[in-house]
Design a protein around this ligand. Sequence first.
Ligand code: CP3
Length: 369
Amino acid sequence: MSYQYPSLDDFPPLKNDLLLRAARGEETERAPVWIMRQAGRYLPEFREVRKSHEFFEVCRTPELATEVTLQPIRRFSGLLDASIIFSDILVIPQAMGMEVLMNPGPSFPDPLNIPADVEKLNKIVDVEKELGYVFQAITRTRMALAGEVPLIGFCGAPWTLFSYMVEGGGSKTFQKVKTWIFKYPEESKALLMRIADVCVDFLVGQVKAGAQLLQVFDSWAGELSPHDFDVFSKPSLVHISTKVRARLAAENLPHTPMTLFAKGSNYALASLAESAGYDTLGLDWCIDPAEARHLVKGKVALQGNMDPNVLYGGRDAIESAVKRMCEGFAVNGGSKAWIVNLGHGITPGVDPEDARWFLECVHKYSARK
Ligand code: CP3
């Protein structure tokens, strides 16, 4: 069954647009804040849902995906400035015809070992048919949010998805995917672009369904040398930003800010700000905020970047790290072009009360006096 898009005018008006303003590079009275993986295993209410539902079952059941997306918004009422739809980057390989299990990390029983294996992928991917459940979850969640905060849609970057599809899961050495790019560079580039085209359809569909900002996760960008990032990741990232913007404009859809989080790619920050076509660049914690600001020369907004493990350090450590981060991003009587986040996802062992304290400290130290 094909998915029926809503009329975007029917959604409740947005009451908190801090995220969207910061992404457009505007000044805000305080910095907007959200947390990567904010709906996740550190929340007891999430673990409760997971007791009776498999991970991908939650992703595929719009009622459950909406419930889980809303859990952190309810718990941290008034403290979070964005929600992110509950799903996973690996739904794209699934839509392309691959089986993906989650036990507890992702694993692919039948990975792409050699270029001939690409034949096994679906020739044409109908995202409305394969991923319509994500669109339904987005529409339902945007209604349920009642305009409290904007809803972020997302996808994985081609390089990161390609790595999973070849490695068959997480990896420490990235030997299999490196074999592909160095031994079969042309086949690798062709597959990366094929994945990128699915990303474009998927992101445009998410906007039609109600997503108000889009984030692309290139979690394994840091595994590439600067040269190989330019050859095997950046072109597909540029393809996505260019095509998504063109499609949104052609279909009279709202201008939707786009964020790129290319973890570990601080070597590429200046070049990404110059020519990747994203409004915001996400930072991991391995770069000093002031240096990041300097490198991007005001061309993009920034998102990040506290080390997620500071959340294990207790309240004083969290408070001083937030204060330092605010000073580093030159927050001085309000904030500009900065979205607060961690430098990677929040981890399962964090006490939700320490996450709350992080959010409270951000509200305090980034506010206009
Ligand atoms: O709250 C949110 O941020 C939205 C939901 C979200 C999930 N995954 C839910 C999830 C998002 C945006 C993702 C993105 C994702 N998934 C990435 C990119 C971001 C990053 O962390 O680098 C990656 C690489 C994946 C692939 C993936 N999914 C891994 C490696 C794992 C297992 C390891 C882990 O962190 O738990 C998952 C599973 C997953 N995705 C969980 C959640 C809440 C935990 C699984 C569970 O419920 O048992």
